[in-house]
Design a protein around this ligand. Structure first.
Ligand code: 5GP
Length: 179
């Protein structure tokens, strides 16, 4: 990992290495594979930020499972707009399914607090959340992350699918904003 990088007008320093990320994803995949044996879970990935996490997680899932991708909200700049756009791409029947939502980061929790009721409306058998990152200090809604990679402080992060104004998603580890 290089020490400091510049993206647009902001500076970032390394925070979580690709090895650390891989280790936590392996752990989560093992837990899910055990918990959902013979249940054929459906993973619903929230785009764009979760694409890299979802891809690495799904490769490590050892049981029969399905995956689909939805586009929900846009996140511009270093503050969540909190605006949830309607779910696009949710074309699989959820009734009686064991559903796992895959999210990059739970920050204020607003995105999921708006999306979960939409899913519950379809009466899945179960509904759980897998998130790579969680900022408990920023949480403003009653959201419980069932499978979590890392608890992180309330600072903006970038890389591994997460962007700052469109850039940085391709970085294979996670950087933290220098304030
Ligand atoms: P929430 O609704 O929980 O506040 O946040 C929803 C979305 O905001 C996340 O899925 C993510 O795309 C974006 N987000 C929240 N915190 C960060 C952050 O620190 N860095 C980046 N790049 N995106 C974030």
């Amino acid at each position: 990992m290089n020490y400091e990088i510049q993206v647009h007008d902001k500076r970032f320093v390394p925070y979580l290495s690709s090895e650390q990320i891989d280790e936590q994803i392996t752990r989560i995949a093992t837990e899910i594979s055990a918990d959902y044996k013979n249940k054929k879970p459906l993973f619903i990935v929230i785009l764009n930020g979760a694409f890299m996490f979802a891809s690495d997680l799904f490769k490590k899932i050892e049981i029969e499972s399905e995956i689909c991708f939805v586009k929900l909200a846009s996140y511009k700049g270093v503050r969540s707009t909190g605006k949830v756009i309607t779910a696009i791409g949710l074309d699989i029947e959820l009734y009686n399914r064991d559903v796992i939502i895959v999210e990059d980061i739970v920050d204020t929790g607003k995105t999921l607090s708006q999306f979960l009721p939409q899913l519950e409306h379809h009466h899945p058998k179960s509904l759980k959340i897998a998130a790579l990152l969680h900022k408990p200090d920023a949480l403003q809604h009653d959201i419980k992350v069932d499978y979590l990679g890392f608890v992180i402080p309330n600072k903006f992060v970038l890389g591994y699918g997460l962007d700052y104004d469109g850039l940085g998603r391709n970085i294979d580890c996670i950087y933290q904003l220098v304030e």
